[in-house]
Design a protein around this ligand. Structure first.
Ligand code: MN
Length: 742
């Protein structure tokens, strides 16, 4: 049965609602007709009647009929000058989520486009066959779903914003407990998302509405203070604007000039983030000049710079270099004779539309013609597609990872740098060569070992600046390591590094687990067979033996558990106490003191080769004493949440002991390179245990193992090698870059 046939127009409730809302619907139609004479009245009327019917028994928390919300969302969409399909979807946007109707029924009656839009706005409620999701996971899934459907049709996000806007306008009716959560979600996700899509008007309103709830005290106070000086400020502004207007007239430029109050939340942020008192925030107001032609923007800029002194470092040309969200405008800050600063924005009418409406501007109807530029829309979607690609193919994403990636992509300003081929790569501010490498190609990122910026070799954590020419040096032996996570800025780089580290850690854990199992079985004179381990894995609820071994390697499953899970394994433990066992193996460990204990068996982690001076942590292994790792060691990172098994340790360096360290070297392949390196080390009296250098494509790569006393000593070694002619980089080998066991 078609859903429209379900409507019983003689029903009392329905009739009453129709009487109440028909005039509002008429208003909606009138609003639409004004900008779009070709609107589809039949579709809109059908959506109105069906939506009203579907929601007829529901009420909002304020007590109003629920459908009032849907009508308001449609009115907001009409204010944004959306097409009929979007507005009809706005009227129906809560039908699937809140009434018994299905998306299939919507599709049958209203077609696939509207069904797609409604489905995109519908929250994730339940994922079948899985246990209840945490709030964070549900939120991550909801955003992912929203972005996914948005990648197919951008109008999903526009409806979602209209929905959120009306919900925020009526937030006072929501119970206090949820109010705070919704306000914070609006501030942290919807505000930045609107900003990313260039929807400045929506963003300002959402942020101010959220501000009112998440910090009501500051909101009320700030509003009061701003209103107090309103007249003085307006008078001041008029004084600044008058000469500009005169000048424009003299030069025959037809422009609109007006002062614009900045929204409350942006002032609040300035006070808090820049830590400035209210009195010092002069730019509460900005002046906007809207001109008719692009050339006039620059001409007018010259005129205002003639009238007032510009603050040089605050001039920005977003016309030549548009923001990633499509924003174009000239920005300049002027200083008057009293030293007050005021920001001026100069732009054309079309630029102004994009600045205010962002992506929504591309669906605007101008005299019945959609104003759509395919390239612009595609560009807006680029980052969304990239973000989603990282999480592609996974049924359930890691919530924390996804939200973090989304936030990274939302919160940043940008840097433009160039590839050697002259292509522009846009990245967040403070991006590094590693970010750049991943941006160019995942494989380049996975193996980048150094970079040349404007012809000069820089370290991987170097911060790039707009205009830099960046060239990446790669090596097949290079792999991501934990330290990269500290400085990378793009979600793409972070995602791939994390993924790689997880894989390596998993491999490490398997090998370590294997080793532990073999050793214990041997000690108790038992034979390890894959069959027995299979049996054990099954009993202990692991999918396979690999996972069981990895769990042993991570210390999650004790060897005793494995014994007891295997039927014929009845180990006879030698009656030697843990202490005795430890003492009997204690040797050569005097350089490290374990808090509160002497003489405990201590090994240095082979994986990260700590030397005195490194920040270290101890990990109590089962029956193997304490292993010392550098606190940045990925193996340690995976163990760190087992707090009862990590202990603080200190270096007590009194002994003349030497520690082995492996370094990796990259340099130009040239004659006598090896001789110079060995010479440099000999000059510093440093013992080389092993030196292995190979050359390929005019690059020399190699490993060198040296003995050092402590971290300063190591630093001297690294410096000495770095100073050799042609050396590009010298790095301590990080555990994640070695595919060996711990
Ligand atoms: Mn809604």
């Amino acid at each position: 049965m078609h859903v429209m046939d379900a409507i019983d127009s003689s029903e009392k409730t329905y009739q009453k609602l129709r009487e109440q809302y028909d005039p509002v619907f008429q208003q909606l139609i009138d609003n639409i007709r004004e900008y779009n004479p070709n609107y589809n009245e039949e579709l809109l009327r059908k959506a109105y009647e069906f939506g009203l019917w579907a929601h007829r028994h529901q009420q909002r928390q304020s007590g109003e009929p629920y459908f009032e919300h849907c009508l308001n969302v449609a009115l907001i969409l009409a204010e944004m000058r959306m097409d009929s399909v979007t507005i009809a979807a706005g009227l129906l946007h809560d039908v699937v989520e809140d009434t018994g109707y299905t998306n299939e029924e919507i599709e049958e009656e209203f077609g696939p486009q509207i069904a797609l839009l409604v489905d995109g706005v519908t929250k994730i409620t339940e994922v079948s066959g899985r246990k209840r999701l945490s709030r964070e996971s549900r939120q991550a899934e909801t955003f992912r779903k929203m972005l996914l459907s948005m990648a197919r049709d951008l109008r999903v996000i526009i409806i979602k914003f209209a929905d959120r806007l009306h919900n925020m306008r009526t937030l006072e009716h929501v119970p206090a407990k949820s109010r705070m959560r919704i306000a914070i979600e609006t501030r942290d996700v919807y505000g930045p998302l609107a900003n990313r899509f260039g929807m400045a008007r929506v963003k300002s309103e959402l942020e101010d509405l959220a501000f009112k709830y998440f910090d009501n005290k500051s909101f009320v106070e700030l509003k009061k203070r701003i209103n107090q000086k309103k007249e003085a400020r307006e008078a001041y502004l008029a004084k600044i604007i008058a000469p500009i207007e005169t000048e424009l007239k003299t030069h025959n430029i037809n422009a609109t000039v007006y002062g614009r109050p900045k929204h409350l939340y942006s002032i609040y942020r300035k006070i808090h983030i820049r830590n400035k008192p209210f009195e010092e925030i002069y730019d509460l107001l900005a002046i906007r000049i809207i001109v008719q032609k692009v050339e006039e923007c620059y001409y007018v800029l010259g005129l205002v710079h003639n009238l007032y002194t510009p603050v040089y470092e605050r001039f920005k040309d977003y016309i030549a270099m548009p923001k990633i969200n499509g924003y174009q405008s000239l920005h300049t800050t002027l200083v008057d004779k009293e030293g007050h600063m005021v920001e001026v924005q100069i732009r054309t009418e079309p630029m102004h539309n994009i600045a205010e409406m962002g992506i929504a501007a591309h669906w605007r109807y101008k005299e019945g013609i959609p104003d759509r530029k395919k390239d612009d829309v595609e560009q807006q979607l680029g980052w969304v597609r990239q973000l989603l690609d990282q999480f592609k193919g996974k049924e359930m994403v890691d919530a924390q990872d996804f939200l973090e990636s989304l936030k990274i992509d939302l919160y940043q300003d940008e840097t433009f740098v160039f590839t050697p081929q002259g292509d522009v790569i846009r990245m967040p501010l403070d991006s590094t060569p590693v970010d750049f490498a991943f941006q160019v190609h995942t494989n380049i990122g996975m193996h980048c070992i150094g970079a040349k910026v404007n012809g000069k070799i820089v370290p991987l954590k170097h911060k790039l600046h707009s205009g830099d020419l960046v060239e990446i040096i790669t090596s097949a032996n290079q792999h991501p390591n934990q330290d990269w996570l500290i400085f990378v800025r793009t979600s793409k780089a972070r995602h791939h590094i994390r993924k790689y580290l997880r894989e390596v850690q998993f491999e490490h854990s398997i090998k370590l687990g294997e080793e532990i199992i073999t050793k214990y079985f041997r000690r108790f004179k038992l034979k390890v067979s894959e069959d027995k381990l299979e049996e054990s894995a099954k009993k202990l609820n692991f999918d396979n033996v690999k996972n069981l071994k990895a769990a042993v390697g991570r210390g999650e499953v004790s060897i005793e558990k494995i014994f007891s899970s295997i039927s014929d394994a009845k180990p006879k433990e030698q009656k030697e106490s843990l202490l005795q066992r430890i003492l009997s193996r204690n040797r050569n460990q005097s350089a490290i003191q374990v808090q509160g204990m002497d003489n405990i068996m201590v090994h240095l982690g082979k994986c990260c080769q700590p030397v005195p001076g490194d920040d270290i942590l101890g990990y109590i292994t089962r029956g193997k004493g304490v292993t010392i790792h550098r606190s940045t060691c990925p193996n340690m990172q995976s163990l760190i949440d087992k707090k009862d098994r990590t202990i603080p340790v200190n270096w007590t360096v009194e002994v003349e002991e030497e520690f082995k360290v492996q370094l990796s070297i990259l340099g130009e392949d040239r004659k006598n390179l090896i001789r110079d390196i060995t010479q440099a080390l000999a000059n510093h009296n440093i013992n080389i245990l092993n030196l292995d250098i190979r050359s390929k494509d005019k690059l020399a790569t190699g490993k060198i193992i040296v003995e050092v006393k402590n971290l300063p000593h190591l630093t001297r070694v690294i410096n000495a090698i770095s100073k050799c002619k042609g050396i590009l980089s010298v790095e301590r080998v990080e555990p994640a870059s070695r595919k060996r066991t711990v």
